[in-house]
Design a protein around this ligand. Structure first.
Ligand SMILES: Nc1ncnc2c1ncn2[C@@H]1O[C@H](COP(=O)(O)OP(=O)(O)OP(=O)(O)O)[C@@H](O)[C@H]1O
Ligand SMILES: [Mg+2]
Length: 150
């Protein structure tokens, strides 16, 4: 990851990559969903939160295919520096056209692909933190974190 991309995880004391998948087709999205479900269950997320995480992984991966011509999906185990809470990070990296207006992209109903425009707002609702950053050299880095509630 570049320096910019690590900023999204600056408040983390532990960050370990659990899976890294290239996303180009719907088959890859199925694999990303499966890996997310397996690790979320293993880490002890409740059934509803597992569902929220799998849905978020799906939306982020579909965005890679729909808007960026593919990219990488990374699943990470994270621990916050602040309270040592454990969580899962879903992130994507692509070399697509980038997102011109990030606030607009997070607005329900906004889509440049004539779709529903509910993917990123959905991830925002399903996860505890969402960060979207342009990448040096072009493209987009998206990070979503969900914490395990004690
Ligand atoms: N990785 C990306 N690269 C470039 N643009 C993106 C990326 N992800 C999202 N966007 C932009 O943000 C907009 C909103 O994304 P969002 O996922 O909310 O909606 P959508 O993908 O258009 O529709 P839906 O997800 O409901 O099918 C997209 O229409 C697109 O313009
Ligand atoms: Mg989408």
């Amino acid at each position: 990851m570049t320096v910019e991309e690590t900023n999204a995880t600056a408040a983390l004391s532990i960050h370990a990559t659990l899976a890294c998948l290239e996303i180009l087709t719907e088959f890859d999205v199925v694999e990303a969903r499966t890996q997310t479900r397996i690790y979320a269950q293993y880490l002890g997320f409740c059934a509803i939160d597992v569902h929220f995480l799998v849905t978020s992984a799906s939306e982020l991966c579909h965005n890679l295919i729909m808007h960026a011509g593919g990219g990488l999906f990374l699943l990470g185990f994270v621990q916050s520096q602040h309270d040592l809470c454990n969580g899962i990070q879903l992130s994507t990296k692509d070399r697509g056209p980038g997102i011109a207006d990030i606030q607009l992209a997070l607005t329900e109903g906004y889509s440049t692909a004539n779709s529903l425009g509910s993917g990123l707002p959905g991830v925002l609702r399903c996860c505890d933190e969402l960060s979207i950053q342009p990448r040096t050299g072009g493209g987009t880095y998206v990070s979503a974190i969900k914490w395990l509630s004690s």
